[in-house]
Design a protein around this ligand. Structure first.
Ligand code: UDP
Ligand code: MG
Length: 321
């Protein structure tokens, strides 16, 4: 029996790209179905992440015209990661393998074939990894590189240059649901699932229409989430900085005593001002970092649902509408 493949795509205000994306994806599925590689019950599942434009109407239209297209709509905008999780969880009910990708098809959809090869070799997690970032803007490339470097320095295990383009087996997707955290950072969680995994490489293209839904502000929030959800190293660094400062101030004390006895003591208000501001700044930063973690704990203890599905458009396996 060929596996049932679901390609799940989070969409936030993607009306400009959806018709083309769905055309290319259903072409891809049809090709794979007629080649006998996947079951004809395979689908594309669009997740509308509370878009404020006509995204849902387009999904509904595509669903009514094409038996390969399904859609679910979240009750409001919950962000990329939650939308992805919603798509993966919904797909896992019917699929043997689930591939997630962005609506703008920046990720080369031909890597799907290679992912399926790995899946048939028994891999349960297949990471799509960018072979180059030439098509990204210099700024995006630079910040992304910095982000991965920083994450690995902070001790979070991540696959370099892998975004959220990946294949999960049904078993891996179900295991993912066991990670109950509200602060979702899938790139950090997936490696923790374990199972046999592999990587496939692809060229990343440009967004063919519409604007990026990840402005700098969202990117920084995402990076902060990633760090504080996966590492307590910042807290440890704070302790280290504290110790270092204590040692430095001890040095100053010794110098002051020596100066006093050698008669070199100065009226030192500039140095005093500097140190007060410095210590004050460091303390405030430290409190801020601790506050970030407390904020995380606060979010997690409430166990709020990570997404709420409002609407569903699902073709049943034997329907041909
Ligand atoms: N996205 C989403 N919810 C959001 C923001 C983005 O579902 O709140 C989706 C978006 O529709 C796209 C994917 O996340 O499918 C990645 O966004 P985008 O391509 O704009 O990010 P970039 O490639 O610029 O990092
Ligand atoms: Mg994109």
């Amino acid at each position: 029996m060929e596996p049932v493949l679901y390609i799940t795509v989070p969409c936030y205000n993607e009306e400009e790209v959806l018709p083309e994306t769905s055309r290319r994806l259903s072409e891809k599925l049809e090709g794979l179905i007629s080649a006998g590689r996947i079951s004809e019950n395979s689908r594309v599942l669009f997740v509308n992440d509370g878009s404020s434009d006509g995204t849902w109407d387009i999904i509904a239209k595509l669903h009514s015209e094409n038996r390969l297209i399904d859609g679910i709509g979240l009750s409001r905008n919950r962000g990329h990661q939650n939308a992805l999780l919603a798509g993966i969880s919904e797909s896992a009910k019917r699929a043997d393998a689930i591939i997630s990708m962005d609506a703008d098809l920046q990720d080369d959809i031909n890597a799907v074939d290679k992912m399926l090869d790995k899946f048939s070799e028994g891999c349960e997690v297949v990471y799509g990894v960018r072979s180059s970032r030439e098509k990204d803007s210099g700024f995006k490339r630079g910040t992304a590189r910095l982000f991965y470097k920083f994450m690995s320095m902070m001790g979070a295990e991540m696959v370099y240059d892998h975004a959220d383009y990946r294949l999960l087996s049904k078993r891996a997707a179900e295991a993912l649901e066991g990670f109950g955290e509200v602060n979702l950072f899938l790139r950090g969680i997936i490696p923790l699932i374990g199972f046999k995994s592999d990587k496939v490489y692809y060229e990343r293209g440009e967004r063919f229409a519409g604007k990026s839904k990840y402005p700098l502000k969202k990117m920084i929030a995402f990076a902060l989430d990633g760090i504080t959800s996966f590492s307590v190293k910042p807290l440890r660094i704070i302790c280290g900085v504290g110790c270092l400062m204590a040692i430095i101030s001890l040095g100053f004390l010794i110098k002051a005593i020596v100066d006093h006895y050698t008669g070199n003591a100065e009226i030192g208000w500039p140095s005093l001002m500097c140190s007060i501001w410095f210590i004050g700044g460091v303390q405030t930063i430290c409190i801020g970092v601790i506050g970030e973690y407390i904020g995380k704990i606060y979010g997690e203890t409430k166990h709020r649902p990570r997404f709420i599905i409002d609407k569903k458009l699902i073709h049943h396996d034997d329907s041909s509408e």
